[in-house]
Design a protein around this ligand. Structure first.
Ligand SMILES: *[C@@H]1O[C@H](CO)[C@@H](O)[C@H](O)[C@H]1NC(C)=O
Length: 148
């Protein structure tokens, strides 16, 4: 019984790690704790709005682009420039495996996103953000969430 219970628990954990859809407020908390609020001058609303339009909060989202590169994870970070997969000759500026950007632990994605903001001087990297979030009043995105 005990072993079966542990096995069931492990199977459960594995399933959860494979694909996780965060709620808006859970993300707000994680982003806030990771000091994304006002990082690079972009308040929390920008980050939550961007993640929504890039991945719909799906940590395992992957998008194959025309050039064969792949966008990974909650921030849809591209393999050609920012992370390392086996296929292409990548730049891997974030020094991270692309597969580490599609786990439900967002640490690596957040570190990499910060680097993108720093090195590309803003959030223009994200088309979803440009199209739907840039220049808008984004206070609604953290409304009702337990963040300041
Ligand atoms: C999340 O993304 C993965 C990979 O693209 C996909 O298989 C899964 O169906 C998505 N989950 C939801 C709820 O959209």
């Amino acid at each position: 019984m005990k072993a079966a219970g542990v096995l069931a628990l492990m199977a459960g954990l594995i399933t959860v790690t494979e694909s996780k859809i965060y709620t808006r407020c859970k993300l707000a908390k994680i982003f806030s704790r990771a000091s994304l609020d006002n990082y690079g001058g972009f308040n929390l609303g920008n980050w939550i709005c961007m993640a929504y339009y890039e991945s719909h909060y799906n940590t395992s989202a992957k998008t194959v682009l025309d050039d064969g590169s792949i966008d990974y994870g909650i921030f849809q970070i591209n393999s050609f420039t920012w992370c390392r997969s086996e296929k292409l000759q990548e730049k891997n500026y974030c020094h991270v495996a692309c597969s580490d950007l599609v786990t439900d632990d967002l640490t690596d994605s957040i570190i990499c996103a910060k680097k993108i903001v720093k090195e590309t001087q803003g959030m223009n990297y994200w088309q979803g953000w440009k199209k739907h979030c840039e220049g808008k009043d984004l206070s609604e995105w953290k409304k009702g969430c337990d963040v300041s």
